[in-house]
Write a protein of this length. Structure first.
Length: 388
């Protein structure tokens, strides 16, 4: 039973396989004058706050809430530790709304105890480009869990999205509720196997020694593909063309223009790394790869406190084989001292995961759409979308 989700315009479990239902919006937009004008009520002693993530103090409060209360693995050994620079990048794409960065404070002490965000995005679902919100960073302080605060946070962000005349949303979660449009799996490629084993992120394989394991994951010192280099600002038009063509083959994918590419893909130190292949002969940009930086806190370990993880973002191969391109991505991640390189089985990633020695993780990641029904669940390889 899902007392909250059963009341929402989302695909319901009971409708799975009902061929009389059509794909597309579940509820029609209402006139903006009919959208509730006041915020939802919070329990006594709590108040809403709109977060100015550019303010150093505000950003610090959000950072601290997330660093102590955001997503952990099933065994509570690791917790995501988004950096402040990352949060600023993730929350301020072209056309963002400050009103969609929503906190909850204790009235008396002003302590921040809950958070949720939306950012605007154009997402293509099959043939239709839909202006929607991407919802992320839903977090309730550990001491306030299971008190039904999350549904209030979700209703409030929904109200503020409606006020901007948007009626759909995309989001991902590690847990199941009505109803995923796809279920994906994380894969992990060890770059620093000794540390990963020491902190319990991975285990020494059967009949493996530490020295054989280190040898197994060893990578070349430098990249292999001629013309492989960091993306620069003047590459934005070429990368945009490359990525738009590539993403058009997936059932669900962002509709990136040059402004989006500049924001989401231009390298930003310790936030987003992007590389491309410029043909040494024609100077054409033929291939592209990118990863974002999202470290984990290591909880309760005597000698290590941080795991540096790279996450595969958008990759496009037209001339360099994808396997070779991603091997070069692993090599630069190793040069930059990442401990692990993570990737979902979305887009064409399955074609390189096993061969490049990624191992399957234990967590799943479910993708969702709000107020948009899909007739069937998609395969991970039909998804061209990566959320942060
Ligand atoms: C979740 N992650 O099922 P039912 S992902 C959505 N996303 O409702 P309570 C979730 N719903 O089943 P707690 C959810 N987790 O009874 C739980 N729920 O119908 C549902 N964790 O609420 C749950 N961050 O307040 C149930 O639960 C109801 O105190 C229970 O709070 C949940 O950002 C949470 O994993 C997740 O901080 C805040 O556990 C808390 O447990 C926590 O009693 C650690 O809530 C951090 C964490 C989630 C990361 C993410 C995406 C969020 C998407 C939200 C949905 C957006 C909908 C679209 C809105 C715009 C629409 C337009 C137009
Ligand atoms: Mg709660």
């Amino acid at each position: 039973r899902h007392k909250f989700w059963e009341t929402q315009p989302v695909g319901q479990f009971k409708d799975i396989g009902d061929s009389s239902l059509t794909e597309g919006p579940i509820e029609l937009p209402t006139p903006l004058s009919e959208v509730k004008q006041e915020p939802y009520n919070l329990p006594d002693h709590y108040e809403w706050v709109t977060c100015d993530i550019n303010s150093e103090q505000m950003c610090e409060e959000v950072y601290n809430l997330l660093a102590h209360n955001y997503v952990e693995d099933d065994e509570n050994m690791f917790r995501f530790k988004y950096s402040k620079e990352f949060l600023r990048w993730a929350l301020q794409p072209p056309g963002y709304f400050k009103s969609w960065h929503i906190g909850v404070r204790v009235k008396s002490t002003k302590k921040m105890v809950a958070f949720i965000t939306g950012i605007p995005a154009r997402i293509r679902v099959r043939d239709e480009v839909v202006h929607m919100a991407e919802i992320n960073f839903l977090c309730v302080h550990k001491k306030l869990r299971t008190k039904r605060l999350a549904p209030v946070m979700i209703k409030e962000v929904t109200r503020r999205v409606h006020l901007e005349n948007m009626w759909q949303a995309a989001y991902t979660a590690g847990v199941i509720f009505p109803t995923p449009i796809a279920t994906c799996q994380y894969w992990h490629r060890s770059l620093n196997p000794k540390k990963l084993i020491d902190v319990g992120f991975s285990r020494l394989g059967a009949r493996m020694t530490m020295s054989r394991t280190i040898k197994l994951y060893k990578l070349p010192e430098s990249t292999i593909t001629p013309g492989f280099r960091k993306m620069e600002i003047h590459d934005v038009p070429a990368v945009t063309r490359l990525i738009r063509t590539y993403l058009s083959r997936f059932a669900v994918a962002p509709d990136f223009d040059e402004n989006d590419v500049e924001h989401w893909l231009l390298p930003k130190e310790d936030v987003i790394d992007s590389f491309l292949v410029e043909s040494p002969e024609t100077h054409e940009v033929t291939d592209f790869c990118s990863f974002y930086t999202l470290p984990f806190s290591i909880l309760g370990h005597p000698s290590y406190s941080l795991l540096k993880a790279a996450y595969s973002f958008y990759n496009v191969s037209t001339v360099t084989p994808l396997l070779q391109l991603m091997n070069d991505a692993l090599i630069v991640a190793k040069q930059k001292d990442y401990d692990v390189f993570n990737a979902l089985d979305v887009m064409q990633n399955e074609s390189f995961l096993r061969e490049l020695k990624f191992g399957p993780g234990d967590g799943k990641l479910h993708y969702y759409l709000y107020n948009y029904r899909m007739r069937h669940a998609l395969k991970p390889s039909e998804l061209g979308l990566v959320l942060l």
